[in-house]
Write a protein that binds this ligand. Structure first.
Ligand SMILES: [Zn+2]
Length: 185
């Protein structure tokens, strides 16, 4: 009597990447145990990793930024946290009138009817490392004569800040305390 071959349906499936010479053997072993195999193409690393350019929203980066006031002057700042976070801090200090904690708050409160355009924040650089960021900020401030960075009297020269961060000069301690109140890294 001729024996009819009954095809057994796999009870489950395994989805495996196809690797020549390996997956075939694995398929044989798995099918003996009623496990079917489906192949999938192996994605390239590039396809798996999100593209920084597309995924990271513009303001969720460390870096150097520029805000414009209705008077035409700019404020250039840098942060080691996200730019968005730092901007929110400026807004909070402005609404609370903390003029000693933000050059923007100081500018808006001492100049009647001046408003900061928070809708058009320019990201000048996404430099994440500390020294390149400080240097880039200094360069941008020097390039832009029409800024109000120096108006508040609290922000010290960036060159000084750079020197400060490289040394632990105790004589500067008093100034450092004032500085830390106005610059958040
Ligand atoms: Zn202004």
């Amino acid at each position: 009597m001729k024996r009819t071959k009954v095809e057994q349906q796999p009870t489950t499936y395994a989805c495996l990447p196809y690797v020549s010479g390996v997956t075939d053997k694995l398929k044989k072993t798995l099918s003996k145990n009623n496990i079917g195999v489906r192949f999938r193409t192996v994605k390239k690393i590039q396809q798996v990793l999100p593209s920084n350019k597309d995924q990271v929203p513009r303001l969720l980066t460390k870096g150097v930024y520029e805000l414009k006031c209705t008077c035409g002057k700019s404020y250039i700042g840098q942060t080691g946290r996200s730019i968005q976070c730092r901007i929110k801090e400026h807004q909070r200090h402005t609404s609370l009138g903390n003029t000693d904690k933000s050059a923007i708050a100081e500018h808006v409160h001492t100049n009647e009817n001046h408003k900061i355009d928070y809708e058009n924040i320019r990201v000048l650089d996404k430099t994440t490392r500390y020294y390149p960021r400080i240097i880039r900020e200094s360069v941008e401030i020097m390039k832009n004569n029409n800024n109000f960075n120096g108006e508040d009297g609290y922000r010290l020269s960036n060159t000084w800040r750079l020197a400060k961060s490289r040394t632990s000069d105790l004589e500067c301690h008093g100034k450092v305390s004032r500085l830390s109140a106005t610059t958040a890294f």
